[in-house]
Design a protein around this ligand. Structure first.
Ligand SMILES: [Zn+2]
Length: 83
């Protein structure tokens, strides 16, 4: 069984995350985006928080060195969930 190499995984992850971010940005109900980082991602911990859509850092975070790649994610913050 061949393992996909790290570079390919990173490329895939980057594409996946930018796709998610593009969808969040396209959603008018999403005004801010939360960057969620797991405890074991030290680099992610430094950037996690809530950002305006224009201001979101790119994921995966450069320098993240988790064994299986950065697993930080974008989470939408919806307004008026219960209007
Ligand atoms: Zn990470």
């Amino acid at each position: 069984m061949t393992q996909p190499n790290v570079e390919e995984q990173l490329k895939y992850k980057r594409e996946q995350q930018s796709e998610i971010l593009a969808k969040l940005k396209a959603n008018p109900r999403t005004t801010v985006v939360r960057v969620a980082a797991p405890e074991q991602c030290n680099v992610g911990q430094t950037v996690q928080g809530v950002y305006s859509k224009e201001d979101v850092p790119e994921l995966p975070i450069a320098g993240c060195s988790l064994e299986n790649g950065c697993i930080c994610t974008y989470e939408p913050v919806l307004e008026d969930i219960y209007p």
